[in-house]
Write a protein that binds this ligand. Structure first.
Ligand code: HEM
Ligand code: HEM
Length: 232
């Protein structure tokens, strides 16, 4: 059980924290930025090894809408994460400083562009697997089903959705995702923690959307099966 908590809860939470820390480039020095980023890629290797069965089973079983959504999200995440890793290697000045591959502005731009996309798609990805995260958390904490807790969690989800939408505009995420070079950097000399707070709720809001989209798809699928069974 402890291993499950470590691999399915602590590891993703750690990767998420390192990812958000990586976005705070202008607060960290270049050295810590590269170390945190490299650590995240290392943990990602562990995450992928642990979930390798998913890749092995890709060609077996039936694909319904939810399975397609998960597949497309993983492909999309895989592409953006690969761009982030490759550009990191090329532009490194500390961890791989001996290599000194490039100072090309286009590669640097691709680096931050892919970083913002990774942040959003990782949130979509976490949302599509949220039911499993909650199941593991419930088992580890030995929680039995409770309508009151479910109600509180649903309210929290609604709150995160609203806060996430607000933080999305505060951080100018849409400009960043459209390759629009935003000159409005977060001013870390005035405040540090709100930056992390805003990114956390942006990602939480996107995860809430994706989690409920998966629930809707499951309900639609159930209705479709019931209708088909009724017709036969
Ligand atoms: C969690 C993974 C990472 C994320 C989210 C991330 C994100 C970012 C962001 C947002 C910037 C600021 C770009 C700007 O606004 O000008 C940046 C810059 C930079 N990153 Fe990363 N990065 C990550 C990993 C890495 C790694 C592993 C390396 C190298 C080993 C690296 C090397 C750099 C360098 C050298 C810059 C400065 C580019 C410049 O403006 O000259 N990053 N990164
Ligand atoms: C910061 C990066 C990431 C975070 C926070 C994250 C988070 C999660 C979470 C919370 C889960 C569900 C719990 C579990 O089964 O372990 C999961 C599962 C999974 N993740 Fe990630 N993930 C990240 C990156 C990636 C990447 C880049 C890929 C590759 C495409 C990936 C592939 C998978 C797979 C294959 C599963 C299992 C799916 C299944 O069995 O249905 N993850 N991830």
């Amino acid at each position: 059980m402890l291993q499950s908590a470590r691999d399915r809860l602590l590891l993703p939470a750690g990767m998420m924290s390192l990812l958000i820390a990586g976005l705070a480039y202008w607060w960290l020095d270049n050295g810590p930025h590269e170390i945190f980023g490299t650590a995240m890629f290392g943990f990602l290797g562990w995450h992928l090894t642990m979930n390798r069965r998913w890749f092995v089973k890709l060609r077996s079983g039936r694909y319904d809408a939810r399975r397609w959504v998960v597949l497309v999200t993983h492909v999309w995440l895989g592409i953006t994460m690969t761009v982030l890793i490759v550009t990191s290697v090329f532009i490194s000045r500390s961890v791989l400083s001996f290599a000194q591959f490039s100072n090309d502005v286009t590669i640097i731009e691709l680096h931050w562009f892919s970083a913002y996309w990774v942040a959003i798609i990782v949130a979509v990805h976490a949302g599509t697997h949220w039911t499993r995260v909650m199941t593991v958390a419930g088992t580890v904490l030995r929680l039995s089903p409770s309508p009151t807790r479910s109600g509180v969690l649903r309210l929290a989800a609604l709150l995160l959705l609203g806060l996430g939408a607000w933080s999305f505009t505060v951080l100018g995420v849409s400009t960043k995702l459209m390759f629009g070079y935003s000159v409005e950097f977060w001013d870390f000399t005035t405040a540090v923690s709100p930056f992390f707070g805003h990114w956390t709720v942006v990602m939480a809001g996107v995860a809430v959307l994706s989690h409920y989209a998966m629930i809707c798809l499951r309900l639609l699928n159930k209705t479709r099966i019931r209708t088909t069974e009724g017709q036969t």
